[in-house]
Design a protein around this ligand. Structure first.
Ligand code: C5P
Length: 238
């Protein structure tokens, strides 16, 4: 297991459809203050070269592509992500233990490797949606089951809602990473997020790192907005 440096704890979600606004935002940020998340939209538009550009600028990149396929394919995709120099990569826990173990084992062959985390249950899925695809129980019950499977498979952590973090934290070691989106500073608009927590409340509830998009990316002064969030959580030390 890597020694995990949790700071900086803020991961800025680069949810942009083009390179220019993304680069404009990044030029106002600093790798000592935040990490960056590249998701399916930006990656599909700009490709691996953009991820390498961010890494070359000194940013640690969370490549949020949520891999889900047969074990060999996911392991190879994680290796390709590692070759890009990313700091964190993710997959779907519902791909199963053998898929997660194959990815972890492939990454562990490297002298340096990205952190590997799993998505348990997408927060867009309610109990009825889960029933339609054959999952019984509530979303939280499924999150806990898949979080434990992820932990058992030797991954570094999961992505989960801050509202689920405390329940997951009770079931896993302190060094199992909980990465949480759905975070909003007091002053920020909710946008389309419905169930949110403030950054400090999320950390106090068991989260380790916070994915934050629009409160920073759509701010008039993104750096100031990031600095305000950092000063809100400055008192947190664990
Ligand atoms: O702008 P905002 O702070 O809502 O962005 C949050 C980021 O986290 C987005 O990239 C979104 O796709 C992601 N995310 C989320 N909720 C989840 C999983 C991922 O908001 N349950």
């Amino acid at each position: 297991m890597n020694v995990i440096d949790k700071d900086p704890r803020i991961i800025v979600a680069l949810d942009f459809a083009a390179k220019e606004p993304a680069l404009d935002l990044i030029s106002q940020l600093d790798p000592s203050l935040c990490r960056l998340k590249v998701g399916k939209e930006l990656f599909t538009r700009l490709g691996p070269a953009f991820v390498e550009t961010l890494a070359a600028m000194g940013f640690q990149v969370f490549l949020d592509l949520k891999f889900h396929d047969i074990p060999n394919t996911v392991a190879a995709a994680c290796e390709a992500a590692a070759d890009l120099g990313v700091w964190m990569v993710n997959l779907h826990a519902s791909g199963g233990r053998r898929m997660m173990e194959a990815a972890r084992e492939r990454l562990e062959r490297r002298p340096e490797r990205p952190l590997l985390v799993a998505v348990t249950i997408l927060t867009s899925l309610a109990e009825g949606d889960l029933a339609e695809v054959g999952y019984s129980g509530t979303p939280v019950e499924n999150v806990l089951r898949l979080a434990k499977l992820t932990h058992f498979s030797g991954l570094d952590g999961i992505v989960c809602s801050p509202l689920e973090a405390a329940a997951v934290r009770d079931q896993v070691d302190r060094d199992f990473l909980l990465v949480t989106p759905g975070v909003r500073p007091h002053s920020a608009s909710l946008n389309d997020q419905k169930r949110v927590m403030t950054p400090l409340a999320a950390l106090n509830g068991g989260a380790d790192m916070l994915v934050i998009g629009r409160p920073i990316t759509a701010a008039v002064d993104p750096l100031l907005s990031l600095q305000e969030i950092l000063s809100d959580i400055a008192g947190f030390s664990q």
